[in-house]
Design a protein around this ligand. Structure first.
Ligand SMILES: *Cc1c(COP(=O)(O)O)cnc(C)c1O
Length: 411
């Protein structure tokens, strides 16, 4: 009989979103008249920017004509897209990133997992707690951890707690780690990283020959001019960081699929024989072998993000969600909640009232207000006592949800 990758058996059952769905459907069945507002899932709600749609329609026309039809494109993505990204997203912010260091992909969820292909299994790996669960589960699948322990952590991973006590910015690890996942603006806490804070990580990584995986999926939500959008705005990051970006949250590509990963040519790590090896050729080889590129049509859609019209439309989308976030912050604060995030990020992270557990607050919100959010404990043990509200929704739903919460939880 064929055998399996036993590491998959270590995974805890996908607990968070199925458990939310179970509780919501049980409540709906018992209360069929209740209209439930979902402020839980991290998916966008507004349609694609018109400039992206126009570009994709045009690209479909090209594909329908023998003279302009395109077959396989470069595995790394079309150069016309990578050059726009390099100039407008990086060089315009003073980051020394070349188009050849940008790899287009169908998602940064996949890339944050796939990147492990080119790293050894003996690295010490640090994640924050709470954390985007993909970072942890992909390491479990790759065999980089031991078993799940009570409390939901995995043996072998280094967990860096983030909470109000440290302004949702993890302290440097006490022990030496080799790979570090950082996500700013953060999902789930909505926290951002200052230049000085990021510099402490870049300095740590360079001093310890570590590599930072920097997830900047939410960079477009940064409105504060002092907050860096890219880790490459920090001196020395070219020598220690891989950055993941996505068109999912800025241009609403969650269902269209396009993202990018930056692997600087200056990055190095160690081979088994002790020699130093460049990472760029390994990732290039990995992508060329296991990936055949993002569709031409979608890359043309992503390219339109960099046109003047596209930039204006993306800005409008982001402002819309940030205004939702502002309304949520304001109403929840007025209702007596302690809230974090939601200024340079689409997520509001609130402290549950009366020291309720995350799940008890979930039930209370569902039963009393018919509003669904995400229990902080689902993102890690240190998320207990917190709760995530997403600003990805219609204005009508946000207003309605806040009215309901204000009525029930008046300070
Ligand atoms: C939404 C999100 C992404 C983007 O994933 P895609 O696969 O590109 O849609 C990446 N990282 C985090 C933390 C996210 O929340």
């Amino acid at each position: 009989m064929a055998t399996i990758n036993d590491n998959y058996l270590k995974l805890k059952a996908g607990y968070l979103f199925p458990e939310i769905a179970r509780r919501v459907s049980a409540f709906s069945e018992a209360n069929p008249e209740a209209s439930i507002i979902k402020l839980g899932i991290g998916d966008v709600t507004e349609p694609l920017p018109a400039a992206c749609c126009e570009a994709m329609k045009q690209a479909v026309e090209e594909m329908s004509d023998r003279a302009t039809f395109k077959g396989y494109g470069p595995e790394q993505g079309y150069l016309w897209l990578r050059e726009k990204i390099a100039t407008q997203d990086f060089q315009a912010r003073g980051c020394d990133i070349d188009a050849s260091e940008i790899f287009i992909s169908d998602g940064s969820k996949c890339d944050t997992g796939n990147i492990l292909d080119i790293f050894g299994h003996d690295n010490t790996i640090a994640v924050t707690d709470p954390v985007y669960p993909v970072y942890v589960d992909t390491n479990v699948m790759a065999g980089n951890t031991g078993s799940a322990q009570d409390g939901g952590t995995y043996e072998g991973l280094v967990y860096l707690p983030i909470s109000a006590d440290n302004d949702f910015t993890a302290a440097l690890p006490q022990q030496k780690v080799d790979l570090i996942y950082l996500c700013f603006p953060n999902n789930p806490t909505g926290a951002v990283a200052t230049r000085d804070y990021l510099k402490t990580w870049v300095d740590y990584a360079r001093a310890n020959d570590a590599i930072i995986f920097f997830d900047a999926a939410y960079e477009a939500f940064i409105t504060d001019p002092d907050i860096p959008h890219s880790i490459y705005e920090i001196e020395g990051a070219r020598d220690c960081a891989i950055e993941f970006r996505s068109f999912s949250k800025n241009a609403g590509f969650t269902g269209t699929r396009c993202a990018l990963t930056v692997v600087p040519k200056s990055l190095k790590a160690k081979a088994n024989d002790g020699s130093t090896v460049d990472l760029w050729p390994l990732w290039n080889r990995r992508q060329s072998t296991k990936f055949n590129g993002v569709s031409y049509v979608v890359q043309r859609g992503a390219e339109a993000v960099y046109s003047d019209a596209g930039q204006a439309q993306v800005k409008q989308l982001i402002s819309f969600y940030l205004e939702n976030a502002r309304i949520i912050r304001e109403k929840l604060t007025a209702a007596g909640f302690t809230v974090y995030g939601g200024v340079n990020a689409p997520y509001i992270w609130l402290k549950t009232p009366d020291n309720l557990s995350s799940w008890d607050f979930f039930d209370k919100l569902l039963h009393n207000c018919h509003v669904v959010g995400t229990p902080g404990a689902g993102f890690g043990a240190a998320g207990e006592g917190y709760f995530r509200i997403s600003a990805f929704n219609s204005r009508a739903n946000v207003d309605d949800a806040m009215r309901r919460i204000t009525e029930k939880f008046k300070a």
